[in-house]
Design a protein around this ligand. Sequence first.
Ligand code: BV8
Length: 228
Amino acid sequence: MSEMRNIVILTGAGISAESGIDTFRDAGGLWERHRVEDVATPEAFARDPDLVLRFYDQRREAIQTKEPNAAHEALARLDAAWDGDLLIVTQNVDDLHERAGASRVLHMHGTHLNAWCTACDTRSRWTGTLIDRPGCPVCGTPALRPDVVWFGEMPYEMDRIYAALRQADLFVSIGTSGAVYPAAGFVQDARSLRVRTLELNLEASMGSRWFHDSRHGPATQIVPQWVD
Ligand code: BV8
């Protein structure tokens, strides 16, 4: 990595799998007999808000009992030591990168820690349960939803992500199936920008063919090996 100055790292559910957080594929994409794609949408929220709020309350509760693993810790070490540009773009709504000590983290699909008031359009740190329809801490209206990006919604800070890719020398994808866009397209964007690309994943993903190099194995083994 010595000749690399600017690194963009994309992480997906696979980096948190060994912390005990189900990936979308491992859960068979199912939760209470519902496909995640059918719950994580504005239409599902409009149709059955209790179902969606219960889904996110349960996911938040599960995340809060989990700890960062050796892969999160290795990226945090890299973040602390790297004197070039470095951006960890995560698709995950958990906060395990931050709890491992990483600071240059961008949650393109939001985070389970925040709620979004659809009445006054403010976001606030949230640790309670949304199913009880608590009032917004700013306007008091009981109109809070999880501050996560659902299917059909625009991911956060896309301009910042593409700007980082344009400056990058290396794009690394860790623990993602390459099933969901626009994240799944970043490797192609990187290739078109002549950026070196590396995939670190348990197995070949849907995007493996786009990577210059791939290393397969559990993230807690292959990420520290790459970083250290
Ligand atoms: C958008 C937050 C554009 C919520 C998530 C029709 C209508 C509307 C949109 C679309 C459509 N058709 C296609 C689309 C685009 C759509 C899409 O891509 N759909 C897919 C299903 C085809 N995308 C969107 O809608 C996105 N927005 O396109 O906006 C737009 C333009 C203009 C105007 C408006 C909009 C928004 C998508 C965001 C959805 N929200 N999450 C929540 O988390 O609850 S997506 C969610 O699923 C994750 O964030 C992540 O992105 C995705 C799951 O992917 P992975 O993280 O990769 O997890 P997965 O389980 O799939 O894979 C795990 C991997 O880890 C595997 O490869 C496995 O091998 C590996 N692994 C497992 N264990 C380990 C491991 N690796 C290492 N070590 C291990 N131990």
